[in-house]
Design a protein around this ligand. Structure first.
Ligand code: IPE
Ligand code: IPE
Ligand code: MG
Length: 277
């Protein structure tokens, strides 16, 4: 949190939002469905790929802000297994943008102790993109700060199928197929996100009220936050607003009381002094 205040201006909107946050109750894992690039471009009479290009800056902002907030895991939905249905030129532009993003960002990730991890069916990505992603993972593997999971050729159902097949293959190899018994721990341990906490907060931009095959297993008890803001317009204040809203929620996990108490009733009652969207 101190890292965040170092770059904020006292009294402005972001500062007020940051002030409203309880550092003791930060989400451990934030997941984002970065949607609305195409609509952002259409509004400006630009080709869809211009929206994807404009969507890079918010990625930088969100990664940096999560690191400054001390959040441990950030999962970004960048390309779904269903996104191959798009025109080839759009898909190819996405790989090009990914590669140029990595080229610029890897040194910054290394410097800032951020680890990059790719989740999804990476084997099916174009070779050049796959190699760059693998290099990025390798170069940041020893970092101990924020972990960024980049979901690439990712599908929640595909992930579950892959997890089940891994369990089956292992049992077959060990000659223990007959005794195989599945439980939640075994499934968790074979997901792409094995060992990570489930997302506490799932943000979707551009207003669609759907999950689009993202982290189906892991979001069982995630708090959902949908904003009409299109991804290329998503700013640091938007992320802070989502986390403030997250901290106002009463997370019961099926029980009758909140898992943890809010910072103070006063903080809840106070207006944030920011425009609501
Ligand atoms: C999200 O923006 C980026 C990707 C899915 C790669 P979209 O491209 O889905 O933008 P809209 O939803 O058409 O506005
Ligand atoms: C979800 O967005 C996938 C990503 C953000 C990468 P889509 O734009 O593909 O989802 P739908 O088609 O609106 O459900
Ligand atoms: Mg979309």
């Amino acid at each position: 949190m101190q890292d965040l205040f170092a770059v904020l201006t006292p009294g402005d909107e972001e500062w007020l939002l940051a002030k409203a946050l309880d550092p003791e109750r930060m989400p451990a894992h934030v997941a984002v469905i970065m949607d609305g690039n195409g609509r952002w471009a259409r509004k400006r009479n630009l080709p869809r790929v211009a929206g994807h290009k404009a969507g890079i800056e918010p990625v930088r902002t969100v990664v940096e802000t999560c690191a400054r907030l001390g959040i441990e895991y950030l999962t970004l939905y960048a390309f779904s297994v269903e996104n191959w249905k798009r025109p080839r030129t759009e898909v190819e532009t996405l790989w090009r943008l990914l590669r140029s993003y990595l080229k610029v960002e890897i040194p910054r990730l290394v410097r800032n102790n951020i680890r990059l991890n790719v989740i999804g069916r990476v084997d099916a990505l174009p070779e050049a993109a796959r190699e760059d992603l693998e290099a990025a993972m390798h170069l940041t593997a020893a970092n101990t700060g924020l972990t960024v999971n980049l979901a690439m050729n990712y599908g929640g159902r595909a992930e579950l199928v892959d997890a089940m097949n891994r369990v089956l293959d292992a049992a077959r190899r060990q000659g223990r197929l007959d005794e195989l018994h599945l439980d939640e721990e075994t499934i968790h341990a074979n997901l792409y996100t094995a060992g990570q906490p489930d997302p506490d907060l799932l943000i979707r931009t551009s207003g669609e009220m759907r999950i689009s095959n993202f982290l189906l297993w892991q979001i069982a008890y995630a708090e959902l936050y949908v904003t009409d803001t299109l991804w290329p317009d998503f700013k640091r204040a938007d992320l802070l607003r989502a986390v403030v809203e997250y901290q106002r929620r009463d997370r019961r996990f099926g029980g009758l009381t909140a898992a943890r108490k809010p910072k103070s009733e006063l903080a809840l009652a106070e207006p944030l002094g920011v425009s609501s969207r």
